[in-house]
Design a protein. Structure first.
Length: 155
């Protein structure tokens, strides 16, 4: 079995490097593999996405990783960099729905067993990035999640 691990632009992989040269010698249909990768990474457009390709004869398995939580937050905010001058400055605000969306995207690679805990992990990243949620400071949102305030939307 051959395993190829690459970083590709979400939804925009090409048969050129790094995929083409790695796949070509293995005798697989490069275009078919690239098309499959693009289909699976479309929702991560504009971000580098880790992809693992397992080739065992005619059997090809493609595993798509997820970009870091901070990259997903920046994408939702529509910003390139999360730069803060001080710990009290906030660079953007996200609605809870977007936090839940990011948590669902990251669930498989997180240590959380429940969506509620995954949401708290994403909110934790918002603390360090300086991102508010529904206009509230992230630490306040974490407290509200613990108190059950968001139980109706985290499902």
């Amino acid at each position: 079995m051959d395993i190829i691990e690459v970083l590709v632009p979400g939804g925009k992989a090409t048969p050129g490097p790094p995929l083409g040269p790695a796949l070509g010698p293995l005798g697989v249909n490069v275009k078919k593999v690239v098309d499959s990768i693009n289909e699976k990474t479309r929702e991560y457009e504009g971000m580098e996405v880790p992809v693992k390709i397992k080739i065992d004869g005619d059997n090809i398995e493609i595993e798509v990783g997820t970009p870091p939580t901070s990259a997903l937050i920046k994408q939702e905010l529509g910003i390139e960099k999360a730069k803060r001058e001080s710990g009290n400055e906030y660079i953007g605000d996200l609605p809870m729905e977007k936090i839940i969306k990011i948590a669902k995207m990251k669930m498989d690679s997180m240590l959380s067993y429940t969506l509620k805990n995954a949401v708290k992990e994403v909110v934790g990243t918002c603390v360090s990035m300086g991102v508010t949620i529904d206009g509230k400071k992230p630490k306040e949102v974490q407290r509200l999640i613990d108190e059950g305030e968001y139980d109706g939307v985290i499902v």
